[in-house]
Write a protein of this length. Sequence first.
Length: 110
Amino acid sequence: MMGNNDNLMNEPDSLTTTVNQYTDMILRLALAHLGNLADAQDVCQEVYIKFFKHQRIFNSPEHEKAWFIRVTINTCRDVIRSPWRKRFRPYEEVPFLMNRQKIWKSYPMC
């Protein structure tokens, strides 16, 4: 039995339906795992890239939904483990930048 993604590239309506059906769930799940909207949006894009690239065949809508959930969680774990995420922090979290006015006031003017 074929799933919702049969010939997705040939059926734009089917593709749009699939994206509309799962985007909210993927985004919420990624946001819950990552706590950052920008990273959650990146994960959402990555999940759809994997979906379009591999053209999975699902036995049922439940199987399709479970695939999206599992791939979203795994992609979030990849983001959390990535060296890029460990090395960089959001602008708001950098103490030096938050206190820069205090620091500049302490330096004498030349």
